[in-house]
Ligand binder design. Structure first.
Ligand SMILES: Cc1cc2nc3c(=O)[nH]c(=O)nc-3n(C[C@H](O)[C@H](O)[C@H](O)COP(=O)(O)O)c2cc1C
Length: 200
């Protein structure tokens, strides 16, 4: 969130497995940010959401948001919405579960229906800024198409949040906890991206 000259980055962790493969990639992303010379480190804010720790309901499809753009379900998602609106950059991660994002992340995304209603039904723009975002993922299989469904889901989310899908970091044949640590090239790729990131 912009506070004076501060640059704020939101990191959304979508895996149920703590310190699993996607968590490790996200943590490398954070390390890269902390080593970024393009940003004034004193003005860098990093905000993290671990979806598995959030207490929230899936979308109940009451369609209240079609009326006024607000979500009628009053739970911890209400505290998340301002973060989704105001942060300058968003990194989101998920393991591949049954060819898509994790159930935790999907439920979280469904609760963003209010942003879809605002943009496409109510035609009201409450997110003024164009931001950039990335998606980080890992899958056990070696199929190159295994990330296709998740790309669509993330693209749909980024669209309603006015986020440009800058790029993704997706890795195959990463299954057991810690597998990603055997792939320093993957961790380095994420680190270097974050280290060189420029946020206007
Ligand atoms: C419930 C479940 C479903 C999964 N479904 C798939 C799948 O459809 N395709 C695949 O390649 N890997 C699948 N996997 C493997 C995970 O994507 C893989 O273990 C990943 O590295 C986990 O990331 P994490 O440690 O960040 O949670 C599945 C794992 C679980 C637990």
């Amino acid at each position: 969130m912009k506070e004076g000259n501060k640059i704020s980055i939101l990191m959304i962790y979508g895996s149920p497995r703590k310190r699993g493969n996607t968590d490790e990639l996200m943590n490398r992303f954070e390390k890269g940010l902390l080593d970024n010379k393009n940003m004034d480190q004193n003005n860098l804010l990093i905000d993290k959401i671990f979806i598995k720790d959030l207490k929230f309901s899936p979308c109940i499809e009451c369609r209240h948001c079609s009326i006024d753009g607000e979500c009628a379900v009053k739970d911890e998602m209400q505290g998340i919405y301002p973060k989704l609106i105001n942060h300058d950059f968003i990194a989101i991660s998920s393991p591949i579960f049954f060819t898509s994002v994790s159930g935790y992340l999907k439920a979280f995304i469904d609760r963003c229906q209010r942003f879809w209603a605002l943009k496409y039904e109510l035609k009201k723009r409450i997110i003024k800024k164009e931001r950039k975002g990335i998606f980080i993922s890992a899958a056990g299989s070696d199929s190159v198409t295994i990330f296709d469904c998740s790309h669509k889901v993330i693209r749909a989310l980024f669209d309603v949040l006015y986020i440009k899908y800058d790029r993704d970091f997706v890795y195959n044949k990463i299954d057991l906890k810690g597998d990603i640590l055997k792939h320093p090239e993957a961790l380095d790729e994420v680190f270097e991206y974050a280290r060189n990131l420029i946020i206007e």
